[in-house]
Design a protein around this ligand. Structure first.
Ligand code: TRP
Ligand code: SF4
Length: 450
């Protein structure tokens, strides 16, 4: 399987993808002990993660954590794009500060947009809808990549830690690729890591909710976070000893650094059994286990940032949501993902109600060839783009269970099911459109001018 951030692909087998890329499972159990888990998690629309544990931990303890995501303004916003903002809003309610990049540079570099066009689309299509959906401007900021010089600056510096062979291996770039495009992933890494600047909250758990096609960027970013660190924290080979801390790139005299670290481990984190080895430039933390690595790493990241003036980047977590399936199949007869470049596959937030009606009526379902057959055998909601509308956006648990039960037992026919979905979609879109108009005055509040 290949993940291409700029490709058209729809994923066929999410469990296989998780296994192949070594992603963690996100399901109901992930959020045990967290108040009001989002239906997106319970319904496994968000189905995988990398390194999410410290974020869940921060939520449970009420500790600060950040959310960073971005949008590429290369088309109109559709229902498939709503998932990410639903998550941001949920995280906000859990106490997060939210940062959103309008990737105008990426649209320029990878999609051939002009910067003004990309910015206009970003504001009109996305930011306004985000506000309409309930994103709280008091705990969120939106910025443009082209306007934030510290992101560009960081992107440039991060280029020191990655070479062409790696970029080619991750992204499959051809020799003909433009360097502006090659730079886009570094820009995105800059987006993700810069929110750990001391003035924006410092090193802390952060989560990046994105579609799974973005995983290559996250792998790169997590590697870059580690590469810019002073200290590494790893499990010792001898499992009995525990964890071991080593300054990889000491900016100061190693003895002083190790002395400081000893203090942090003992005083702040409560580890009594420390063995300092000056010759190996390392400290062995007895009694620590691999589950402690994150908290030690975080404390040292904060020390790097606050005391050493280093970035101290704490590895960002990511979560991956499924793509909504297009309402109609592609030219090859296979279902693709809902896509702005194929308007017949997508319901846009600002679609005219007449278009919405046409699209839902034409949508591919999991129904049987004849009514009699469907009454007898039931239909397949898992192969149905209309069911996805309910699942992602339209139904509470009760309604969803009803649709599922009636569909699979043949009590419900696709025609009537579509009419119900259509009514609910129209009502939802009407509400969003009204709120969009009522939110215009908030744009200034949420969008940063740099
Ligand atoms: N590349 C992302 C996309 O195509 C947009 C993006 C830019 C982004 N910067 C980001 C996503 C930072 C997450 C975090 O949609
Ligand atoms: Fe889809 Fe509804 Fe038909 Fe079931 S009855 S296949 S959910 S349209």
């Amino acid at each position: 399987m290949k993940l291409d951030p700029w490709g058209p692909g729809q994923i066929e087998d999410y469990a296989k993808l998780r296994a192949e890329f070594g992603l963690g499972v996100v399901d109901k159990a992930t959020w045990e002990g967290v108040k009001d888990p989002s239906p997106l998690f319970e319904r496994e629309i968000v189905f995988a993660h990398r390194g999410l544990e410290p974020v869940v931990d921060a939520i449970r303890k009420g500790d600060p954590f950040g959310v960073m995501t971005g949008l590429m303004p290369s088309g109109k916003m559709h229902l498939g794009h709503k998932t990410v903002i639903d998550q941001c809003i949920w995280y906000q309610k859990q106490g997060a500060d939210v940062h959103i990049a309008v990737a105008d540079f990426e649209a320029y570099a990878a999609r051939g947009f002009t910067i003004p066009d990309a910015q206009k689309l970003g504001l009109e299509e996305y930011v306004l809808t985000y506000l309409a959906l309930g994103l709280d401007p008091k705990k969120a900021e939106v910025y443009f990549q082209t306007k934030r010089s510290r992101v560009k600056d960081l992107a440039y510096r991060l280029g020191l830690y990655v070479n062409w062979a790696t970029m080619k291996a991750i992204y499959g770039f051809e020799d003909s690729v433009r360097l502006a495009h090659v730079n886009a992933p570094l820009m995105q890494a800059g987006d993700i890591l810069h929110i750990q600047g001391t003035d924006l909250g410092g090193p802390r758990p952060t989560v990046v909710p994105v579609g799974v096609d973005q995983d290559p960027h996250l792998r790169l970013t997590r590697d870059l976070a580690a590469a810019t660190r002073v200290f590494s924290v790893t499990e010792t080979k001898d499992k009995k000893i525990g964890v071991f801390v080593k300054p990889e790139k000491p900016p100061r005299d190693v003895k002083t650094l190790l002395g400081d670290v000893e203090g942090i481990l003992r005083r702040d984190l409560g580890y009594g059994d420390l063995k300092r080895n000056d010759a190996y430039r390392a400290i062995y933390v007895g009694g620590a286990n691999p589950n402690d690595i994150a908290r030690i790493d975080l404390a040292l990241g904060q020390y790097e940032a606050n005391e050493l003036g280093e970035p101290g980047h704490f590895a960002p977590a990511s979560t991956y949501h499924r793509f909504m399936t297009g309402l109609v199949a592609g030219p090859d007869g296979k279902p693709g993902k809902m896509s702005s470049s194929k308007p017949e596959t997508a319901i846009f937030i600002t679609d005219d109600p007449k278009d919405v009606e046409k699209k839902v009526k034409r949508a591919v379902t999991g129904g049987r060839a004849t009514e009699a057959e469907q009454r007898r055998l039931g239909a397949n909601p898992y192969a149905c783009s209309v069911y996805e509308l309910y699942l992602y956006h339209l139904a509470n648990d009760k309604v969803l269970a009803e649709v599922y039960e009636e569909c699979t037992t043949g009590k419900r026919l696709c025609g009537e099911c579509k009419m119900q979905a259509l009514d609910l979609t129209q009502a939802k879109l009407k509400e969003i459109r009204e709120k969009r108009e009522a939110s215009r005055h908030l744009v200034k509040e949420i969008v940063s001018d740099q």
